[in-house]
Write a protein that binds this ligand. Structure first.
Ligand code: GDD
Ligand code: MN
Length: 363
């Protein structure tokens, strides 16, 4: 068994993988290591390339995930597939300086740290040629992340070494979605973590492109909420609820438009409700379930089951609210309680009927 597993999340990185393997081979000379490349399906042949290398070199392994996406979940699955006492996480696009890995490992052993982080924001570190607006966003996100974790100069880093015992201690409390796996690990430790940071200079990407998009940004805010609320509800519920709030906006906007034009309330309210459910479905499919999105013909089957589940949810909502109102609760409290129970109903039923598999609700 190697002492160090280097876990590499990779999505559409075919052109970077050969150079990455060469760089690791050089940087880790003399160490007992392996690399686990977690490739999410992109029909670009990355997995074939990794497996070809794996046939020539036992230190290379491939995890090929189909129908799933996500940097954080790729890292978690890669780390769990290893039995090594130390785990490194590094990007596939050569932006992280692999020559730092031996030093990260050494610091983990010497200082018996749980996590050793490569930081861009401490003395000696740098964001390199990273675009100014990306640096500003990264700084702002770092500042905001203090609500769930302190003691890191670069909580947004995606480059670190972690002790396997630490991972095992916190793995069941992880949010596990989006990009911020380091922040997730530290927040899940609830202060019980020894951190060491070492500076590095981030390189710029030569090939391929960044996958940081709107969904990843939304997931960052949900990660904060998930840890802030004490991990009470399944990770996925937070985005589902946020989408539900946008649905209220769609509903009211459509209602006011249609009612002004037609003057018919029942008609306007019905069409507005349909519009809100439809927009909720597509937003949930793109964001909440973006890592296992329904595509092609499955979208229409999914949409119908979503209408059915939310239709029943609406009845539950009204029934509960009316009962509580009858029990002389104030109207707004009765309404809120009805909406909350309906949101939970909608979430759990669509998690299994619309987006399939009972495991969908959990992550
Ligand atoms: N398996 C898999 N699945 N890998 C993914 C996915 C995915 O859905 N999305 C991204 N990756 C991989 C990329 O292929 C790359 O190897 C790595 O994760 C980072 O993705 P980039 O798209 O290059 O992100 P970035 O450069 O904007 O940001 C990275 O570096 C920052 C600084 O350390 C991320 O690691 C950030 O979290 C980090 O803050
Ligand atoms: Mn990158």
């Amino acid at each position: 068994m190697p002492e160090l597993s280097v876990v590499v999340p990779a999505f559409r990185e075919r052109d970077n993988i050969p150079a990455l393997l060469r760089a690791l081979d050089q940087a880790l000379e003399g160490l007992d290591w392996e690399t686990i490349i977690v490739v999410d399906d992109a029909f670009d042949g990355s997995e074939d390339l990794v497996r070809e290398r794996a046939q020539q070199d036992r230190r290379v392994r491939c995890i090929h995930r189909i129908g799933r996406r996500g940097l954080a979940s790729a890292c978690i699955e890669g780390m769990l597939a290893s039995s090594a006492p130390y785990l490194a996480v590094i990007d596939a696009d050569l932006q992280h300086d692999e020559t730092l890995v031996p030093k990260l490992l050494e610091a983990a052993k010497r200082d018996s740290a749980d996590i050793v982080v490569a930081s861009r924001y401490m003395e000696g570190g740098s964001t390199g040629a990273l675009a100014a607006e990306r640096v500003r966003a990264s700084r702002a996100a770092s500042a905001l992340s203090r609500v769930i974790c302190r003691g890191l100069t670069d909580p947004m880093s995606g480059f670190f070494v972690v002790r396997r015992g630490f991972l095992e201690r916190v793995v069941r409390r992880l949010y596990g979605r989006g990009f911020k796996i380091l922040l997730d690990l530290v927040a899940a430790a609830r202060g019980q973590v020894r951190i060491v940071e070492l500076p590095y200079r981030m390189r710029s990407r030569e090939r391929g492109e960044s996958k940081l998009g709107a969904r990843v940004i939304a997931e960052f805010f949900m990660l904060l909420l998930y840890h802030l609320t004490g991990r009470l509800l399944p990770a996925r519920f937070f985005l589902f609820a946020a989408v539900g709030v946008t649905g209220v906006g769609v509903q009211l906007a459509a209602l006011s438009l249609l009612f002004t034009v037609s003057g018919n309330f029942l008609f306007s309210q019905s069409v507005a409700t349909w519009a809100a459910m439809t927009s909720n479905f597509f937003l949930n499919n793109a964001f909440t379930y973006g890592d296992q999105r329904l595509r092609g013909a499955r979208i229409w089957r999914g949409l119908l089951s979503f209408y059915a589940a939310c239709g029943i949810g609406a009845f539950i909502n009204i029934a509960i609210a009316e009962w509580l109102f009858f029990k002389s609760l104030p109207y707004w409290a009765a309404g809120l309680a009805g909406a909350l129970v309906a949101a939970l109903w909608n979430f759990f039923t669509t998690a299994s009927f619309t987006w399939g598999g009972s495991s969908a609700a959990k992550r």
